[in-house]
Design a protein around this ligand. Sequence first.
Ligand code: 8YV
Length: 314
Amino acid sequence: SKPQILQVGPYPEWDEVPLNAAFSVHRYFEASDKSDFLAAVGPNVRAIATRGELGANRAMIEACPSLELISVYGVGFDAVDLAACRERGIRVTNTPDVLTSDVADLGVAMMLCLSRGMIGAESWVKDGSWAARGLYPLKRRVWGRRAGVLGLGRIGYEVAKRLQGFDMQVAYSDVAPKDFAADWKFIADPVALAAHSDFLFVTLAASAATRHIVGREVIAALGEEGMLVNISRASNIDENALLDALECGALGSAALDVFEGEPKLNPRFLALDNVLLQPHHASGTIETRKAMGQLVRDNLMAHFSGQALLTPVL
Ligand code: 8YV
């Protein structure tokens, strides 16, 4: 009698237990033949529990004719086919707010880590270079320099606040100036923002409209001393343009938490020494992931008990 749900990707144990207690769960990620599995369980599925980066595509949604709700474990819902949901009146929820500060923290940590060369510096200690070769090469400061925030939403705002705390000069780009951002310079055009920045943070919700918004022009404007930090989605950046610029030094460096085709990434990234590569874990703290899992379940529970969804997208 428990509602049947489709679970697209794995969750931590602390989420699996209560999810399985409340629902009859079909574990898509464990099926060896995904389309056979969907054909078998799809007709009974009333909700999908997924993850930000996995989403739910049209084929999956169509295989579930009784689908009522998609509950996303993540703030980004770009991987959910919203058009397919709208056509059928399927509701969608995400997990905003609970992850904002952790995502901002990781973005700023990546900037500091890469600018000060902390990964290489640790190797310098561990491999004996400090004793054998002497002082570690000098790196670039962060405080006092110019930071651009592309997309001043919830996460961009928390990034900007932190950068201000580091005594950086903060500018931002968005569709319009924000009332709450009077301390920060508004620069509408992303290319102009990049030209004005030593560090450019990409904090935009991804959509078809933002695809490759960081393209060759933005990257060229950021320039050979500039650093790009991406804690949003890979699709916001033209990855080939980024790789070309990093390889020839037209862009100084990049700190990236997201990649096209992740968790596999373009091997060109692995050959670079002007990058900091992270495994899409900006929201990955125990505290935040527990809150995200709770919100996924609370939305499912609200739906099946006829209450208002807590954090609806659709
Ligand atoms: C992932 C994210 O969802 O919030 C988002 O949009 O991309 C992340 O929080 C997380 O890796 C869980 O799947």
